[in-house]
Design a binder for this molecule. Structure first.
Ligand code: COA
Length: 183
């Protein structure tokens, strides 16, 4: 490692610690070693956001908590530009979950089946993402979905139904690709 690399390493370590202690009093929970990077926006009541240990929320992610709740476990990564919207309802995320860049996760949306105007018909249903799930870049997780332990969601998928444990899914009309050997 050269001198410049070393300087950046020290600077990054320091800013990680400083950002942790600046954010901590203004969030429901922020576990030891967790880091909220620059440009992350928390919208609504930040005390309804709870983050476990050693989790990183990367640059420009938006956590829109509103009157809902977002719970993120330990050792997770919420990547650049991800959008988690729990304006109503809950988004519950387990441990060691990878949420790639520009994913969208919603526990609330609008319902259209009653034929009313979109604004009159609110749809609220919790999203549960179990341990060890990986969600590829740009995937959209719609209200009411549970992603089972160890599931993988392909980049760009739109997930509108539950995904079983250790299953790989992808596509816009979601297809089960295969089941992995469970550990
Ligand atoms: C889901 C994923 C893990 C599957 O990987 P895999 O099992 O190795 O699958 P393969 O790459 O062998 O592809 C299998 C088939 O699915 C297709 N495919 C791969 N990824 C796809 C995607 N995201 N959406 C639609 N089809 C996809 C391939 O073209 C291939 O089709 P074919 O058999 O007709 O040629 C991977 O494709 C993926 O989407 N990874 C996410 C990567 C990412 O977002 N990284 C973020 C940065 S950390």
């Amino acid at each position: 490692m050269n001198f410049i690399d070393l300087l950046f390493k020290i600077k990054n370590r320091l800013s990680k610690v400083i950002r942790h202690y600046i954010r901590k009093p203004f969030i429901g929970a922020l576990g030891k070693g967790s880091n909220i990077k620059s440009g992350v926006r928390i919208v609504g009541n930040p005390y309804r956001l709870k983050i476990g240990k050693k989790t990183t929320v990367w640059q420009n992610a938006v956590l829109s908590v509103g009157n809902g709740e977002i719970v993120i476990g330990d050792n997770c990564s919420v990547s650049v530009g991800a959008f988690l919207n729990s304006t109503r309802g809950k988004i519950i995320i387990g441990n060691r979950v990878g949420i790639s860049a520009y994913c969208n996760i919603y526990s609330c949306s609008f319902g259209f089946s009653d034929g009313g105007a979109w604004k009159d018909s609110y749809q609220v249903a919790d999203v549960v993402i179990e341990d060890d799930v990986f969600i590829g870049a740009g995937a959209v997780i719609l209200p009411g979905v549970t992603l089972g332990k160890g599931a993988i969601v392909a980049a760009g998928a739109v997930v509108n139904k539950n995904v079983l444990a250790y299953t790989v899914v992808g596509g816009v009309t979601l297809k089960t690709w295969y089941t992995m050997a469970s550990k």
